[in-house]
Ligand binder design. Structure first.
Ligand code: GLN
Ligand code: ZN
Length: 763
């Protein structure tokens, strides 16, 4: 007798399209080059194609509600009628342009309005629009879009499992005006959720996947209790509920979850495999367990043999109550590996994108039910690919491993303390008080981009390319000297991306052509794939830095992306801990730092804008992460002489909670974002005496507005109350590559004036 076959499903499919069709349609619509009806048609076509791809993979349920023109959290807010007053929504169904104004401040129709805030979705690189709760907040069903999509899928003959974001996670992610207690909002929110459920039930939807990823976070007890209340109420009417958590273990929320009267649980069995057995044991006899066993956050083929071994006892126990799925929505991986003609076959055989991951699910469930010859063959092929990967000489470099194993504490420590180094550095560079500098990049002009793309396409020879880059560097240096900046940068003309530039020159990295992943709205990123041991073949930035330094008598900063940021913004190998990969990158960069120093570059900046976003979701795991991340930075930086000045840069305001880790980097100078938060961050320095030099960003480079000299002076005066003026630098809050020279020059001119004024005051 053949065993019961498991249901397979996904939590969501990438919506942007294998060729980023949605991106291009959206951008045309925003430029008024495409009508709304045509935009809707593009969306329908994409949904139809994606459902067809899922049908081909043999999925039992089709997840409807995973599509969004901009963001699924925004769509949830729209559905619940949660539209901040400034958008002047009159009630009723929210129109598309108002939703776009919430997302980006503008749309083809309607007056420009300040957009909603955007922030990172858990620990991913996807950004959602933050819901806003105002005093007197009311909710009402304000979008038909989900129901229309359900109808659309049903008309195409697909059995639907709808998906919505659960009320508690949605509230958790929102921002309440003062005086508003988020949990108090449940009274008016739950009736709308009940209405949605009833509508779906009326449409004949059997299952509703209700996403509550907040369940993998540290939740206060009132929030844990709220889950019981909410789900007791929602379980009464409507479709069967599949409560989905992902991005980690339920941990101390497990008891809460197991007490909820839902029909099924989805759990992340990739991040927290140990949960599977316990949840299966404690599951109600009528509940299904959806095991998220295929990694939705990475691009590696799964080890199906290992999964089979783990799943067989569960399958014997649960039979058809065991469902199989990716760990989370496939939103976080590229669509289809099939398009990557450029990847070599060996590397390709190790990878799985969204479509391939669904194929793995199908194979897995068939194997669980008892294999036919065809499945045996497919499983064997997968096994062989994995074995080849484990043994590949492309991946495993003993020299790299030995070097990483031999890293000593001394390698991660500068020879002298900051105080002693500072003395030597001050003698060497003789900078004025309040030295001025910038963060690294200067405007990426049309000429620069053209030169890069022509060089890539093989249309211009290397010499021509080098001359054009040198011309861009010379122009940047000339302009900085004219402005009177004290410490210069070469401008990063040769980089289209601060991670890709290094990844392309390092061993162990690969790049795809279409491996796009949505970052926010129409924006996508194409993360490099770190597949093997990382090493540096030759210097990566030295020539540019040396050329730039040859043009000026002022100090020129060498400019590198740090190991944590390179790790964080890549798809990382799954066959060794992240910490180990990070250390390998650090060692490769350490060589670059030393080469720069040897070539006469006296200041070297190692950017770590992603340090904070690497923090684990659970507080208890922070320290371990910070320990290895800080260590990696220090290994990168610490090989230099006392008189070489190490800079770093980070661009986010909230770092009060990791300030000690930032100090532990022991960079001589850190430049940081502060201007948007009006030096709020400096409050951190009231309680904690930051020991080294610091350049709090004095103006927001993201704003098109020209900064006021007086404003910058007062910001720095405020900074000087918490930190000695002798340790303050003057700089914008981030790189300037997205701005035009016409904006950059007057802004920097005022910044230099501000520094001069402060020097006069001090004299
Ligand atoms: N050096 C980089 C630049 O100036 C830093 C970018 C960043 O912080 N994201 O562009
Ligand atoms: Zn920055």
């Amino acid at each position: 007798m053949s065993r019961q076959i498991s249901v397979i499903h996904s939590l969501g499919f990438p919506r942007i399209g294998a060729r980023r069709e949605l991106k291009f349609a959206l951008e045309k619509y925003w430029r008024d080059e495409l009508g709304q009806a045509q935009l809707q048609q593009v969306a329908r076509d994409l949904r139809a194609r994606h459902w067809a791809q899922q049908a081909q993979a043999g999925l039992d349920y089709f997840t409807v509600g995973d599509f969004a023109f901009y963001d699924q959290v925004l769509d949830t807010s729209a559905m619940l009628g949660c539209v901040p007053a400034r958008f002047r929504h009159a009630g009723g169904n929210l129109d598309l342009d108002t939703a776009f104004r919430m997302a980006r401040g503008r749309a083809p129709t309607g007056a420009d309005t300040d957009a909603c805030e955007m922030t990172k979705w858990f620990d991913t690189n996807y950004h959602y629009l933050v819901p806003e709760f105002e005093v007197g907040q009311q909710f009402s069903l304000s979008s038909e879009s989900l129901f229309e999509q359900v109808e659309e899928a049903q008309a195409q003959g697909y059995p639907v499992k709808a998906v919505i974001l659960g009320p508690l996670t949605w509230l958790w992610l929102g921002k309440a005006q003062s005086g508003v207690d988020k949990l108090d909002l449940l009274d008016s929110l739950l009736p709308v959720y009940r209405e949605i459920l009833a509508r779906l039930a009326a449409q004949g939807v059997e299952w509703l996947q209700i996403d509550e990823p907040a369940l993998v976070l540290d939740l206060p007890p009132q929030w844990q209790q709220a889950y019981r209340r909410v789900y007791a109420e929602l379980a009464q009417a409507g479709p069967k509920l599949l409560l989905a958590s992902y991005f980690g273990a339920l941990g101390d929320n497990l008891d809460t979850v197991l007490a909820l009267p839902v029909h099924g649980l989805h759990i992340d069995a990739v991040r927290a495999p140990e949960q599977l057995v316990e949840v299966a044991e404690r599951l109600g006899s009528d509940q299904v367990l959806s095991a998220g066993v295929i990694n939705g956050r990475n691009i590696w083929r799964a080890d199906l043999d290992a999964l089979l071994q783990r799943l067989q006892p569960l399958h014997a126990q649960l039979q058809d109550r065991l469902w199989l799925a990716p760990s989370c929505s496939l939103l976080h991986v590229p669509v289809d590996l099939e398009q990557e003609e450029g990847l070599d076959a060996e590397l390709g055989s190790w990878l799985a994108f969204a479509v391939q991951k669904l194929g793995e699910l199908d194979l897995l469930r068939r194997a669980l039910a008892g294999s036919s010859d065809a499945q045996v063959a497919a499983l064997t092929a997968q096994r062989q690919a994995l074995q080849a990967r484990r043994r590949s000489r492309r991946i495993h470099k003993s020299a790299v491993r030995e070097r990483a194993a031999g890293v000593t504490d001394a390698m991660a420590r500068r020879a002298c303390s900051y105080k002693e180094r500072a003395q030597k550095q001050h003698e060497r560079f003789a900078l004025p008080l309040y030295p001025t500098t910038t963060i690294g990049s200067f405007p990426q002009t049309g000429a620069i981009r053209k030169a890069r793309s022509q060089f890539r396409a093989g249309e211009i020879p290397g010499d021509t390319y080098r001359h054009r880059m040198e011309a861009a560097i010379a122009e940047a240096v000339f302009r900085q000297e004219k402005l009177g900046l004290d410490v210069l940068v070469h401008g990063e003309a040769e980089r289209n991306d601060m991670v890709e530039y290094f990844g392309e020159q390092l061993e162990g990295f690969a790049f795809t052509r279409f491996g796009w992943v949505q970052s926010y709205g129409s924006r996508c990123v194409k993360p490099p794939i770190i597949y093997g041991d990382v090493s540096r073949l030759k210097p990566m930035t030295v020539e540019w830095a040396v050329y730039a330094q040859s043009l000026t008598g002022r100090p020129m900063k060498g400019m590198l992306t740090g190991p944590v940021t390179i790790l964080q913004w890549s798809f990382v190998r799954d066959d060794q801990p992240r910490a180990e990969t990070c250390l390998q990158i650090a060692l490769a960069l350490r060589d670059e730092v030393l080469d720069l120093e040897r070539a006469g570059i006296g200041m070297i900046q190692i950017d770590e804008p992603a340090l904070r976003e690497g923090l684990p979701l659970r507080r208890a795991e922070w320290q371990d992460y910070l320990d290895w991340a800080v260590q990696a930075f220090r290994v990168t930086a610490a090989g230099v002489d006392d008189a070489t000045q190490i800079h770093t840069h980070m661009c986010y305001a909230e770092f009060n909670d990791i300030i000690e880790a930032i100090a532990a980097l022991d960079a001589d100078v850190i430049t940081i974002e502060t201007s948007r938060s009006q030096m709020e961050l400096l409050a951190a320095f009231e309680d904690y005496e930051y020991p080294n030099e610091i350049g709090p960003g004095v103006y927001d480079i993201h704003s098109p507005q020209l900064p006021e000299t007086g404003h910058m002076v007062s910001l720095l005066q405020r900074a000087a109350r918490n930190l000695p003026a002798s340790r303050l630098w003057v700089n914008p809050d981030c790189g300037l590559k997205t701005r035009r020279w016409e904006e950059v020059e007057p802004a920097l001119q005022r910044m230099v004036e501000a520094a001069q004024e402060l020097r006069q005051q001090a004299a």
